[in-house]
Design a protein around this ligand. Sequence first.
Ligand SMILES: [Zn+2]
Length: 265
Amino acid sequence: MSGDIIRPLDWIDTHAHVNDERFQGDLPAVLERAKQAGLKRIVAIATTAPSSFTCVQLAAQHAILWPTIGIQPNHVAEAKQTAWDEVLSLADRPEVVALGETGLDRYWDYTPLAQQEDYFARHLELARKIDRAVVIHCRQAEADVVRMLRQDYDKHGPIRAVMHSFTGDLATAQACLEMGLFISFAGMLTYKNAQALRDVAVRIPLERVLVETDSPYLAPIPHRGQRNEPAYVVDTAATLARALDVPIGVIAEHTTHNALALFGR
Ligand SMILES: [Zn+2]
């Protein structure tokens, strides 16, 4: 060994629910492991009005966190009448990097689709107004999400946005790429049965790819079944590097650059 100091590569986890109760006991240790793994930033993703406040608070305590604000489609129906106004009350905070997660979800039926669409449209409109990115959740609703994005795009032009934890097909990815969106891959990319998703991933230009953990959910291999945490973003990136047959440093460089561009930092 030469004794050289080997610095880890730079990473950004573009989607983590660090406000989840499963991190309540040891968040500082989780964030320290992330730093050791080379993470420069972790985007703390809100799903409700209360968690929007929590994400902003956590970001004030931990410099590695960038907060988002918003209401996830499955949480729209249960939200209080005042919830959207509460989100709006955080909108002029400079540290907020994005709105969301928002989007559409036809897998769960917690919120009627019309109401999901109403809130998705509100997030898009507010993002344009305050010049922030949009984090989009899409589950079994690809055609509807693309339809709404296309309507918005035709009226107003490109928007800074990401399809988070992408699991759609190539046609959906291409429709999103045409509108200038980024495509983000999470732990599922590493799963044995996810060859179709890897086949899509290798077709996404490196200029548009992001990585995320969606912690604490769906940890990548070799952590599958455990609580997911931001440090594991490197495992998803390693899978992408193998699928593309490029050095992992190429993935680090592009995804970090892309995340900075998406979030305007
Ligand atoms: Zn999420």
